[in-house]
Design a protein around this ligand. Sequence first.
Ligand code: HGY
Ligand code: MN
Ligand code: MN
Length: 411
Amino acid sequence: MKSLRINGQRLMDRIMALAAISPIEGGGNCRLALTDEDKEGRDLVVTWMKDLGLEISIDVVGNIIGVWNVGSGASVMTGSHIDTVRTGGKYDGNLGVLAGLEVIETLQQAGVTPSRPISVGVFTDEEGARFAPDMLGSLVFVGGLSVEEALDIRAIDGPRLGDELQRIGYAGNTPCPQRPPHAFVELHIEQGPLLEANGVRFGAVTGVQGISWQELTIIGQSNHAGTTPMRLRRDPVVVVAEVAKFLHDLALRFGDNQVCTVGKIDVHPSLINVVAAKATMTLDVRNTDEMLLRKAEEEISSFIADIGKREGVTTSARTLARFEPVQFDQRVIDIIHRHATDLGETVQFMPSGAGHDAQMLARVCPTAMIFTQSKDGLSHNAAEYTSPEDLEDGANILLHTMLTLAETDFS
Ligand code: HGY
Ligand code: MN
Ligand code: MN
């Protein structure tokens, strides 16, 4: 059994076939959640699941679960997402789903039948870029968000999540929350620079940092750019600029794992000769330490109140996502470490800077993650790259980790 290996070429072929759907310049993908491109990707993965003879269910928020129904009891589950950001790469999420299918195909071809079912999840809207929060599908899967609330969430371009599920034919009827798996392990690219910088090929992920997403709306007064004296202006864009700078400086001041990002800014009416009437901006604030994350949120909200008063505008903040830091299960981390070592590899124990579906599954079953290197630490960028050798060996660690999880009694 120890010598069992996945078929790296077959894994690469599937990764490239999925990447051929909704390609963007530079070799990446734009497959925003529940768009026609996402549907196309979903349909392809479902076809592969059917080819493997998996039992396929679509749940009420469009999560696709393929089960190889061998053995008995709750399944050992893996998976991830195939939705992407607008400047997505080939591997973010896709690797975790396709490596799961590769594990099943390898076991089937080797005539190895685990004592538990093996399942692969394709979770809806992991990115949260079109419908916030991120990890939405897996959050509903584990009961962390009600189905009703999820279905009523509006996309940044307007449509209601439930209507988009209907439109693309993925409004399933399997109820959520679903039965917890026996254990969950997700293979994912690191999306950061640490493994490459340390010359380590794989990460045994210890947890996920806390995430705070807000949308800040600033209402000022539109006015003439030429005739309105500076002292009479109520310009929301001045507040956008000050808040963005404050976030940047706060992250530098806190240091360590603190990160802050303003990724989306919308201005109305957005014309060269009009002092804006309204602006909205997103605040993405993260830290591995919950107390520091709260401190950052408090400092940011009092800064916004002060600057809003100074500029004579009104501000209102809406929470889009708020997840505390998550610790993965040491028993699963140890199994990952053992199999990486068996492969002759060292691993780096590390928290994840990015959010992942695994952080939601960790609420209901023993969970951890395997990271592969990201070249130059790039992700959410078309140039995202991980070598075929790392993808293949990451999937080999996944294969043996899942086999061991199937034989592990966590009670
Ligand atoms: O935002 C994140 O960390 C993930 O890519 N959804
Ligand atoms: Mn991802
Ligand atoms: Mn992502």
